[in-house]
Design a protein around this ligand. Structure first.
Ligand SMILES: C[S@@+](CC[C@H](N)C(=O)[O-])C[C@H]1O[C@@H](n2cnc3c(N)ncnc32)[C@H](O)[C@@H]1O
Length: 248
């Protein structure tokens, strides 16, 4: 059965570009993670799946000859035309993750940032990403980690186990799927698609309004840099980034 059209971001009352106002630290934390994991690697063709208006495409361009923003919302692509104006080597296509318009084994890097919280069961999407990746090609994926340190403490004090299943965190009146994933479950789903985790980072470790008020952006980013690797395997932060390779 074909998946429902992922056009939730065609909403004239919501400008995702403006969502990033006041979130310089979160963007910088993701940029640190991307540059750390892609350092000394070069690619021919990177595809940013569910890339929105192309927030991370200019970063990817530093590592890849060509970058394609593959995004199912025409509204996001329209904002992207302006955001990416004048940036060479970045093109865009209207497409959703379960149906990517690329040949088998034709892409050497796929990125998926802040997307799978809208996809409670991403098995089909992971299989599609694996299909377009070259053998040994890379996937860089970021997702909201339900099993972060704060949630683990909250569960422990109530003697509750951490759920393996995605947890629905959408607001009462929203009909847009919005989940947080268990990183161990995501890793298993990716392995099932033939994608093997090589590196893990804990990201946005200081995402707290109070901490963000106390420290300058420079201090936040320096601390974030120091925390991403040592806290990775404890899945400390609210965001997890995996670097994976397609098994041959
Ligand atoms: C929170 S935004 C993230 C955008 C961008 N990746 C970023 O990090 O700035 C979520 C994006 O996922 C896209 N999306 C939702 N469902 C999708 C699906 N099934 N396949 C691909 N993209 C999807 C939305 O259209 C939206 O642009």
């Amino acid at each position: 059965m074909p998946k429902q059209k992922a056009d939730q971001y065609n909403d004239p009352t919501h400008n995702y570009l403006r969502y990033w106002d006041g979130r310089d630290y979160e963007h910088a934390a993701e940029e640190v993670a991307i540059r750390r994991l892609l350092k000394n690697r070069t690619f021919k063709h990177a595809v940013d799946v569910g890339g929105g208006y192309g927030r991370i495409c200019p970063i990817l361009k530093d590592y890849s000859d060509q970058v394609t923003l593959a995004e199912p919302s025409q509204q996001q692509l329209d904002i992207g035309k302006d955001f990416l104006k004048g940036k060479k080597g970045i093109d865009m296509v209207l497409a959703q993750a379960a149906e990517l318009p690329f040949k088998d084994a034709s892409i050497d890097l796929v990125t998926v940032f802040r997307v799978i919280h809208h996809i409670p069961d991403p098995a089909e999407e992971f299989a599609e990403i694996a299909r377009i990746l070259e053998p040994n090609g890379y996937l860089l994926i970021e997702f909201a980690n339900y099993s972060n340190a704060k949630n683990r403490v909250k569960h422990a004090v109530k003697f509750k186990r951490m759920p393996h299943e995605p947890v629905d965190i959408r607001t009462k009146d929203s009909d847009i799927p919005f989940v947080n994933h268990n990183p161990h479950t995501v890793r298993k789903q990716l392995a099932h698609a033939g994608l093997q985790v090589e590196k893990v980072l804990s990201v946005s470790n200081l995402r707290s309004p109070r901490i963000k008020k106390l420290l300058s952006k420079k201090s936040l980013v320096n601390l974030e840099k120091a925390m991403q690797v040592p806290l990775a395997h404890a899945y400390f932060g609210p965001s997890t980034v995996y670097l994976l390779r397609k098994r041959v």
